[in-house]
Design a protein around this ligand. Structure first.
Ligand code: ZN
Ligand code: ZN
Length: 266
C-alpha cells in the first residue's frame, strides 16, 4: 500500500541518483575538523560553518530544473523564468534559508516572482542534500554521541524513521534528509527522550508484519519503524520514507506528530 504515485517515485529516484553523483563531486571539499565547542544537544549543522560552492549549487539547481521540465513540460515556462532570477546573491540566500528551514522565505519568494509555491524550496532542498549527506558521512562517528532528541543530530530534520537491525533488532534511527543514523534504546521515545516502556505504544499494522508505529503517550510523538529482517532491506532512507508515507498519515490521524524544532525560523 502506498499513497505516492509511480511517476513521483520515479522522479525522486532520478533525483537521488543525481544527488549521489553530486555528492561524489564534493568528497574532497568537506573535511572533518574538531568542533571547538561541541554541543551535543544541538544539531551539528548549527555548530559549523558549512562552505557551499555556489557554482556547484547553481549547476545542481539547473539540472533539477531541466529534469522537472522534461518530466512535466508545462513547467518549462516557469523554469525559464526562474533561470533568469538565479543570480549569485539569490543562490547564497537560498543556501542560507534552506539550511535554516525557512519555509516562509521560499513561499514569499515564489509569490513575489509569481512561480508555483513549491518550486523554489523543492529546488533548494534537493540541491543542498549532497552537502548535508557528505557532512553526515564525515561526522558519522561524532553524531552517534549526540544527545538531543526529536530532530536529526546532523541537519535538524524532525525524527520519523527507524529500522530494527541485526539479530537483536537494534533500533537505528535514519534521517531521510541527510542520511545520518544513530542508535537508540527501543523503549526510549525519539521525541521527548524519556525512556518509559509503559508510555510507549507499539502499533502493528494489519497484514503487514514489516512495519510498526512507535508512539509516545507522553509527548504524542511517533516514529515509523521498519523491521529490516522482513522488508525494504536495501532501500535508502529517502525512498523508505516516501514508501511509508501511509504510516505518517495513519499516525497523524490518530493524533500523533513529529517535533518541529523550537528555534526554526518562521
Ligand atoms: Zn538529517
Ligand atoms: Zn515522547
Amino acid at each position: 500500500m502506498s499513497l505516492i504515485n509511480k511517476e513521483y517515485l520515479e522522479l525522486q529516484t532520478e533525483i537521488l541518483k543525481k544527488q549521489s553523483s553530486w555528492k561524489k563531486a564534493i568528497t574532497h571539499d568537506l573535511h572533518h575538523s574538531e568542533l571547538s565547542l561541541k554541543n551535543e544537544n544541538m544539531p551539528l549543522m548549527e555548530q559549523i560553518d558549512l562552505k557551499v560552492s555556489i557554482p556547484k549549487f547553481n549547476s545542481w539547481v539547473l539540472e533539477l530544473m531541466e529534469l522537472l521540465s522534461e518530466k512535466q513540460t508545462s513547467l518549462k515556462g516557469e523554469m525559464d523564468q526562474l533561470k533568469e532570477l538565479l543570480k549569485e546573491d539569490t543562490l547564497v540566500r537560498w543556501v542560507k534559508e534552506v539550511i535554516a528551514f525557512n519555509e516562509y522565505y521560499f513561499t514569499h519568494f515564489a509569490k513575489t516572482e509569481k512561480v508555483s509555491e513549491w518550486i523554489p524550496q523543492f529546488l533548494a532542498e534537493h540541491a543542498i542534500r549532497p552537502y548535508l549527506r557528505q557532512l553526515a558521512e564525515v561526522y558519522a562517528e561524532e553524531l552517534t554521541s549526540f544527545k538531543q532528541t526529536g530532530t536529526c543530530p546532523c541537519c535538524g530534520e524532525p525524527v520519523r524513521l527507524a529500522r530494527l537491525e541485526g539479530k537483536v533488532g537494534k533500533k537505528v534511527l535514519y534521517c531521510p534528509r541527510c542520511y545520518a543514523s544513530w542508535t537508540e534504546k527501543r523503549t526510549k521515545c525519539s521525541h521527548c527522550g524519556v525512556d518509559h516502556d509503559e508510555k510507549m505504544i507499539y502499533l502493528h499494522l494489519e497484514n503487514d508484519p514489516t512495519m510498526q508505529l512507535y508512539v509516545c503517550d507522553d509527548c504524542k510523538g511517533y516514529v515509523k519503524v521498519i523491521d529490516e529482517k522482513q522488508a525494504f532491506k536495501k532501500e535508502e532512507p529517502a525512498i523508505l520514507d516516501l514508501k511509508t508515507i501511509h504510516l505518517d498519515i495513519l499516525a497523524q490521524e490518530k493524533g500523533y506528530g513529529v517535533t518541529i524544532e523550537k528555534d526554526r525560523v518562521n
